[in-house]
Each structure stands twice: as structure tokens, then as C-alpha cells.
Design a protein around this ligand. Structure first.
Ligand SMILES: [Zn+2]
Length: 346
């Protein structure tokens, strides 16, 4: 399989160089609080748009009103880079992306996670001229947020198992037959992240590079495999989707996904204890209180997950067969508290 990944450049002072390389006039897509930090790096008359919505119809209407620009710069987290993709896609303008965190693989994927009447669909297609990873920007950012990016690679542990599990039971989708070499490739990328876990925790240059390269591979993997998500996503992300649907909360992607990695591998009987310790070592807090939810929310999501996935048309995983009992829920809680300790009372 040919692996085409986005052109990615590492260095420092990369934001400051943008004004020298992009076509003018340019549009900067970012968030209001970030602009305060970065405005000095751009021309005084730079054309800026603050992301307020990811609803498709609203984005299209806003783009009509934004006037003329020759290049698009995405500067920020998932929302800014996804909006920037849509702006570049709609206007056929070149795209330059500067993620200010490495908390997901969103910046390395072709499609944007856009809402249609509040439900997410991944649409569009755009390849940036370059993705710039600025060590200083990442290192000055919130550490827990950046560390949580490991979720989008650790999840291959579940995805690969779910794929084989469905295949062995004749439940695999016909367009995605199990592919041993593709599964092995995912696990190669996974192994590299695990080996570098201490550097990733430190967020030193090596750690940032290794984690980013893992996310970069994952961002391209969906397209490279013919829009096949089987080797990169399964029960890991599915608990997150269920939780998001049930609680309507905004999450830091890595927390509920890492919780799903643990509960999914417990359903799979696939080294759940080892995954829990690895997630803890990575510095990702998966206790519900750390996400602003309760144990009851987690238990309810675990119990509803199977029904939600069937309704939502998700691919077949161990979650479709697994019966979630009260006993299972208590085991999830006990194992997490054993490793993380009780949430401190205020
Ligand atoms: Zn993800």
C-alpha cells in the first residue's frame, strides 16, 4: 500500500514565517483567545476569522461574506483546523495549517468533522501545502492536552482486535475484509508510540516528533486504505461517541477515547490492565470527574453503547456482543481507582 501523508515541517518561529510565504491577502482561521497570543506574528491588516460554529450551512454562509483571500491559514486546535479545511476546500485556495496542540490527528486528515443539524459528518477533501509543528508553541501549550494525543494511536490496540474479531465471526463489512498487513502496520506505529512514552510525557522534541508522526500516519490512514477505518478505530472511540451523545458535553478528545480504550480492551479480554497502566503513564486522566461527568454517566454509556452503535450504523466490534452487567461496571471503576486513586474531594 502506498502511504501518502501530509507534508509536515518541524521547527521554531514557524508562525512568524507564515506572512513571508503565503499568498496575499490571506485569511487566518483561529480562535479569539489564541489571536491575542499570535496577532503580533502577522501583518497588522491580516484578515482574521474566529471560529464560532462548525455547522455546514453556517460555514458556507460565512465564507460568502468573508470577502476575497488568496490563501488560508488554520491556527489552533481541532475546530480551527477543520474550519480552515472547509474554507480552503470551498474557495480552492491553498491551505497552511499550524496546529497549536497535538491532541488529535484531525490536522492530518483530508476531511473535516462538520455538523449537519448538530450531527457530525466527515466531509470535504483538502491537502495542505504544509502542516507546521512549532516546538515552542506545543511546549508552551497545556501539557495534559498535548499528552492526551496518544489516544489517537493507542486506539489501534482495540481497532485491530475488533477487526479480526468481526472477521472471525463472519460479521465484517464486505468492503473491509480483514487485512493482516494493514493491521500489522497499525501495530508498528503503535509500538513506536509505546517505546517513546517517556519522551511523549516530557513533551521534549523527540516526544513531540514521535507522537506527531503517529498522528500524521493515522490522519492519512483512512484515505490510504480506501476510506477504511477498520485498522484505526473501534471500541476505543465508540464509547466516546456514546458518551458525547448521552451527555451533550464537550470533551478533550483523549480522555473519553482513552477510557474507551480501557473498557474496550476489558470487553475484548485484551490486556486491559496493561492498557490502563499505559494510559496512566501517558498522563491521561480517565476518571469521570476529570471530564466533568460522573461514574453513573460512564455506566449508563457502557450499557447503552451497543444500542447506540447499532442505531448509528457503526461497524461491528466486540461491543455488539458483550453484555454489560453491573458487575462489569463495578470492575471498570475498581480497576481505574486502583491505578489512579480516588478523585480528591474538594
Ligand atoms: Zn480520535
Amino acid at each position: 500500500m502506498e502511504e501518502r501523508l501530509f507534508n509536515t515541517i518541524y521547527g521554531r518561529n514557524l508562525v512568524g514565517e507564515l506572512k513571508n510565504i503565503v499568498q496575499r491577502p490571506y485569511l487566518v482561521v483561529t480562535m479569539e483567545d489564541l489571536w491575542e497570543k499570535f496577532r503580533g506574528e502577522f501583518d497588522e491588516d491580516a484578515h482574521v476569522h474566529f471560529v464560532k460554529t462548525l455547522e455546514y450551512d453556517e460555514i458556507m454562509r460565512e465564507l460568502e461574506e468573508l470577502g476575497e483571500f488568496e490563501a488560508v491559514i488554520g491556527l489552533g486546535g481541532g475546530q480551527a483546523v477543520d474550519y480552515a479545511k472547509m474554507a480552503a476546500w470551498k474557495t480552492h485556495r491553498p491551505l497552511y495549517q499550524v496546529p497549536t496542540s497535538i491532541a488529535t490527528n484531525a490536522v492530518f486528515g483530508h476531511r473535516a468533522g462538520i455538523r449537519f443539524d448538530s450531527s457530525v459528518r466527515y466531509v470535504g477533501y483538502v491537502e495542505p501545502v504544509a502542516v507546521y509543528i512549532d516546538f515552542d508553541v506545543i511546549q508552551k501549550g497545556p501539557k495534559a492536552l498535548n499528552r492526551s494525543g496518544v489516544c489517537d494511536v493507542l486506539c489501534y490496540h482495540n481497532a485491530v482486535y475488533d477487526w479480526k474479531y468481526a472477521w472471525d465471526r463472519g460479521k465484517c463489512e464486505s468492503q473491509w475484509p480483514y487485512d493482516e498487513s494493514l493491521a500489522a502496520r497499525s501495530m508498528e506505529v503503535y509500538d513506536r508510540i509505546v517505546e517513546a512514552m517517556d519522551d511523549i510525557y516530557e513533551l521534549n522534541e523527540k516526544g513531540i516528533r514521535v507522537l506527531t508522526e503517529g498522528l500524521r500516519w493515522g490522519g492519512g490512514a483512512f484515505h490510504n486504505a480506501g476510506w477504511n477505518p477498520r485498522h484505526i478505530e473501534g471500541t476505543d472511540h465508540f464509547l466516546f461517541y456514546t458518551l458525547e451523545y448521552m451527555t451533550k458535553k464537550k470533551f478533550i478528545h483523549g480522555q473519553p477515547v482513552c477510557l474507551g480504550i480501557f473498557t474496550g480492551s476489558l470487553m475484548q479480554d485484551n490486556d486491559a490492565e496493561g492498557m490502563l497502566r499505559l494510559i496512566h503513564r501517558a498522563g491521561v486522566d480517565i476518571r469521570p470527574e476529570a471530564m466533568g461527568i460522573t461514574w453513573e454517566d460512564v455506566f449508563a454509556a457502557l450499557k447503552y453503547e451497543k444500542e447506540f452503535l447499532e442505531k448509528d450504523g457503526k461497524w461491528f466490534t466486540v461491543a455488539n456482543d458483550f453484555v454489560v452487567t453491573d458487575e462489569f461496571c463495578e470492575r471498570v471503576k475498581a480497576m481505574i481507582l486502583e491505578v489512579y486513586g480516588e478523585w480528591p474531594e474538594k
